[in-house]
Design a binder for this molecule. Structure first.
Ligand SMILES: NC(=O)c1ccc[n+]([C@@H]2O[C@H](COP(=O)([O-])OP(=O)(O)OC[C@H]3O[C@@H](n4cnc5c(N)ncnc54)[C@H](O)[C@@H]3O)[C@@H](O)[C@H]2O)c1
Length: 101
């Protein structure tokens, strides 16, 4: 746990589908580890996304309501070098990977 904490402390992390079940649980955990979390979620009604899922950490995450299939979704400041992307939407692989700087 301490190595995780060290790795994620102050690290920018992007979570796609971060208002859904898996993504929001990931967001809660990463915030606990000290990461700077950016959530991109479309809140498509048929899915399980809800702003309530980030209740308690709403002041510690940034949320961009956007569809990742649209280029405009990526216009917000996104993690750059040494950053980590955690993909959790249905159409993304459920994985976390470091983006090469
Ligand atoms: N309370 C519970 O126990 C609970 C609640 C919901 C889901 N589940 C379970 O969790 C699993 C599903 O969880 P999940 O997290 O994969 O699904 P989810 O539907 O909860 O979350 C997917 C998220 O991705 C977002 N999304 C989808 N397409 C997108 C796009 N193109 N651009 C941006 N965002 C997009 C959705 O808006 C949603 O917020 C299922 O097994 C389900 O039964 C359990």
């Amino acid at each position: 746990m301490s190595s995780y904490r060290e790795f994620y402390r102050d690290r920018p992390v992007l979570i796609t589908g971060g208002l859904g079940f898996i993504g929001s649980n990931l967001a809660h955990h990463l915030v606990t580890l000290g990461a700077r979390v950016l959530i991109v979620d479309s809140l498509i009604p048929a899915y399980g996304g809800n702003l309530f899922n980030v209740h308690g950490i709403e002041n510690r995450v940034r949320v961009n309501i956007a569809d990742i299939r649209q280029q405009t979704a990526w216009r917000t400041p996104t993690p750059t070098s040494r950053s980590t992307a955690a993909a959790s939407s249905r159409c993304s692989r459920r994985a976390a990977a470091t983006i090469p700087g």
